[in-house]
Design a protein around this ligand. Structure first.
Ligand SMILES: [Zn+2]
Ligand SMILES: [Zn+2]
Length: 384
């Protein structure tokens, strides 16, 4: 490969990081992406059939929702221009009226120029900033020490499009109230990440050291976790208010009736001796007098895929993980019964039995296989 060409390519991408350059073996070159020239963002595609000379180029530039086509016939270039000159002078040679139409497009209450703010803030090492092809969505991600978090804003309005915080955090409202510029929005979001540090720290050990079954996968948005406490018994931890973890924490024991009753006793005594110096995971271990929570039997060999284990499948729908992430956890009070179901499948099944009145003896609460009691604690699996 001609190294001269790839040098040009590298220099170009360094200068306009929003562009991707693709050199074809045939000698042609196509360039696409976004560039900023004199404070104006453009989304473009440029095709050069005789790279590196500009002769015969076709340039597509986005105006509003459509692309306009430019070529040497309707753009005035100087004879000695190379690719870089074309890009550097883009704002000078594109029709003035069109230039206006795109820079006037942002009609909002935003004070200042959002596009120049983006340029200023883009250099920060504290987070990553990406802008989509239409220059209408700005994504901030990879925040220092909060890697999994992200914030997506519509631009130029700065309306929140998506974010990584739990749904109950009314981020849109907070931003409208107290952040006017892009910088203020970013600062507020980062402050919230700091305020929510205890919330995420409490889930950290649980996600790492417990076999979390629900939600699957657990994300930064989720406020609860279901994991095994012992055979056929699960613990569901829910944090109602992420800004007040311990005060809003709820613990539910899910499993056969007798065991749930006993463990609830242990739980209520344990809550009286809560140690606020250590996290929820350590408190729970102490409370249930455990060294660790049960993990799958992966120690003897390679990690076995739970999806392939027939014993773990739902006895109603015969699958393991549903699209919602739910796995079969429900069992009945009879320790010899093989029943294992998704809470949702069982609920649906009981509903059709009752509506159809086919089996009058079947009522919600009895195992469909052995007729033993089904613990009402499993209802806790249904609300998410
Ligand atoms: Zn099922
Ligand atoms: Zn049963």
């Amino acid at each position: 490969m001609d190294t001269g060409n790839s040098d040009v390519e590298r220099a170009l991408v360094r200068k306009y990081p929003g562009l991707t350059v693709e050199l074809k073996p045939s000698g042609s070159c196509s360039i696409s992406g976004v560039i900023c020239n004199k404070g104006i963002w453009r989304s473009l595609k440029l095709y050069l059939p005789h790279y590196p000379v500009l002769h015969g180029f076709v340039l597509y530039v986005q105006f509003g929702v459509e692309y306009k086509i430019f070529s040497p016939d309707n753009l005035k270039l100087q004879d000695d221009w190379m690719l870089e000159d074309l890009l550097d002078n883009l704002e000078k040679i594109l029709p003035a009226k069109e230039t206006e139409s795109i820079s006037k497009k942002p009609k909002t209450t935003y004070q200042g120029n959002i596009y120049s703010d983006i340029l200023d803030l883009r250099k920060s090492k504290e987070y990553r900033m990406q802008i989509d092809d239409d220059c209408s969505v700005l994504r901030l991600s990879e925040f220092n020490e909060h890697e999994r978090h992200y914030l997506e804003l519509e631009i130029p309005s700065l309306r929140v499009r998506d974010h990584s915080l739990p749904e109950c955090v009314s981020l849109g409202e907070m931003l409208t109230k107290s952040a006017r510029t892009l910088e203020e929005v970013i600062n507020l979001f980062r402050k919230l990440l700091e305020d929510l540090r205890p919330f995420y720290d409490n889930f950290m050990d649980i996600d790492e050291l417990c076999h979390v079954l629900q939600p699957s996968p657990a994300t930064t948005k989720h406020k609860s976790r279901v994991f095994p406490l012992k055979d056929r018994v699960y613990l569901k931890l829910t944090i109602g208010d992420p800004f007040a973890c311990i005060a809003s924490m709820a613990l539910q024991i899910i499993g056969p009736t007798d065991e749930v009753a006993q463990l609830r006793q242990v739980l209520s005594e344990g809550l009286g001796n809560w140690d606020s110096e250590v996290d929820i995971h350590k408190n729970l271990l102490r409370m249930f007098d455990l060294c660790f929570f049960p993990m799958p039997d992966w120690c003897d060999g390679p990690k076995q895929d739970e999806e392939d284990n027939e014993e773990l499948r739902c006895n109603i729908c015969f699958s393991y993980r549903l699209d919602s992430g739910e796995v079969p956890l429900v069992s009945c009070d009879n320790p010899k019964c093989v029943l294992r179901c998704h809470a949702g499948c069982l609920k649906e099944w009981f509903q059709t039995q009752m509506e159809g009145k086919t089996f009058l003896e079947v009522s919600f609460g009895l195992c469909p296989f052995c007729k033993a009691k089904l613990s009402t604690s499993f209802a806790a699996l249904l609300d998410e």
